[in-house]
Design a protein around this ligand. Sequence first.
Ligand SMILES: Nc1ncnc2c1ncn2[C@@H]1O[C@H](COP(=O)(O)OP(=O)(O)OP(=O)(O)O)[C@@H](O)[C@H]1O
Ligand SMILES: [Mg+2]
Length: 263
Amino acid sequence: MSKFISLQNGHYKFSDGRVGLEGIELEIEEGEKIVLLGSNGSGKSTLLRVLGMLYPLQKGKYFFRGKKIGKRVSKELRKEVGLLFQDPESMIFNPTVYDEIAFSPRQFQLPDWKERVEKIGKELEISHLFNRNPLELSRGEQQRVMLGAILSYSPSLLLLDEPTSALDPRTTGWFTHFFTQLEITAVVATHDLMMGYQLGKRVIVLGENHKILYDGSYDQLLGDLELLEKANLISPYPPTRCFCQTPYPQLLLHHHRKKEEKK
Ligand SMILES: Nc1ncnc2c1ncn2[C@@H]1O[C@H](COP(=O)(O)OP(=O)(O)OP(=O)(O)O)[C@@H](O)[C@H]1O
Ligand SMILES: [Mg+2]
């Protein structure tokens, strides 16, 4: 049986000669949720755009459900992937949030598009924003709305580029719970080691040479501080004050346990 996704020796270079990705070998099973880590400029956004069929590889091969992806991508294939850009504002082009969420289901001629928009509004708690101009929303609201605009057409591969970068702690908590319950194949790029840990058990780390530095268990990665430092995922500077030695982490766990017990 073919893999859901297979990238073989994937290379991507920009028109100015700058390297985005080099020699990427990656296989993803259907239903896997993968966290993508790496320093600024390592290639996370580029990799998501390759997987999202926006950037065709110049060297190497990309297979999606066994089908080779080239320069031309059919509408049917486009419908399979949903990519939330790092900058959600650049995805906006409709006058209202409602139109933004309805856009793709209508484009793909899904007969139940109206029900889908209502459902997304409820699930993502954004119905109250339906009449607003998406360009006038806060960045955190835009992130949530544009996630809705993608989920509204039910892609089978979800690609999220730093989806919580502008979210407040409550909304980040909402997102991690929502995401964990979604039954979908997903790759999520983040700089947040602790939040990422909640999203997936498999983690891929891109190095500054735009190659995969690590692909494996998240738990194991957290035990390898040398690799974390090499990948710029932790600071080489010792903390000026150590947060983990305050009572806060234990108190937080205790607080949530007590709330669970009350339920
Ligand atoms: N449009 C572009 N033209 C030229 N070079 C680009 C372009 N977009 C990205 N790059 C370069 O490609 C490399 C990978 O960039 P990419 O945006 O994928 O990194 P990233 O890991 O997503 O970084 P960040 O954490 O800052 O979002 C970088 O060296 C970047 O400067
Ligand atoms: Mg990026």
